[in-house]
Design a protein around this ligand. Sequence first.
Ligand code: ADP
Ligand code: MG
Length: 318
Amino acid sequence: MTIQTSEMPDYAIEAIGLAKTYAASGKMPEKRALKNIDLKVPRGSIFGLLGPNGAGKSTFINILAGLVTKTAGKVRIWGMDIDEMPRASRAAIGVVNQEITMDPFFTPLEALELQAGFYGVPRRERRSLEILRAVGLDDKQDAYVRQLSGGMKRRLMVAKALVHTPPVLILDEPTAGVDVELRRSLWDYVRELHARGTTIILTTHYLEEAEELCDEIAIVNHGEIIACEPTPQLLRRLDRKTLTIFPREALSAVPPELAGLDAALRPDGALAIHFRTGETGIGRLLEQVRAAGVGIDDLATEEPDLEDVFVALTSHPA
Ligand code: ADP
Ligand code: MG
């Protein structure tokens, strides 16, 4: 199935009032995994869906992929309503699921050819070898899948998602089980696809990962979108860092000279100073600390993690 690229939608994905409630089963109570989600993924973006485990990220992706049926709301993929045009809309996405699922008895080349057949890609239009080369698996084309490492399997899943040349590639927690080196090459390839026009959506629970790759980030928590902004804008709102100072001599309290700062004495004797990078820098803070007569034995800085992000976003609404 070919995608009509002459009709370019503004949004690769649009969800309106999307909700999913998993029915109770056995001892498990009913679960509202998605609550009235509105989300627009601009065509051509690398879009991050960031949230902790259990937030509802995979549920969202699985609704797009047709693996989970939504309870309410509308979804358009590449401008096509998934209820009205289930097949055509799904042909516009390639989805790499969170769990590694593949038949261990096929070789990577066979797996790609089967997948291409599944999507009805005519033989002369297949690009299996080219795709294997792109994900760095060409030397494994005839190995059995069960002989591949976790990272290689993950890359084969990416390859499988690309056989029908979808304009939108969706990766659900793609770095799970991938070592640092493979992660680099995977990201390089994702960036290359993006540069050639593919819209990329990825889910992650790592702020750093979303920050590094995505030009827009939606933060999802307990089935709700609590922020959705271009990455620089979001980071500006989260520009809190912590400077931790281990004093040479024990302090009994925060020195009065530092009363104007957001400083606290921790139980381990360290002085923790929270600050906004947009307002002050570590150099200025250290001068203030020295001026207050505090000798510095050691120091450390901490970036915000996902927990801090939630605190920042929910306590300082935009
Ligand atoms: P995430 O991908 O962000 O970790 P999920 O979408 O997998 O989150 O899960 C969201 C919530 O829905 C969790 O509380 C999870 O336990 C629940 N859930 C996911 N899949 C099912 C299912 N098939 N049946 C019942 N509950 C589910
Ligand atoms: Mg998940």
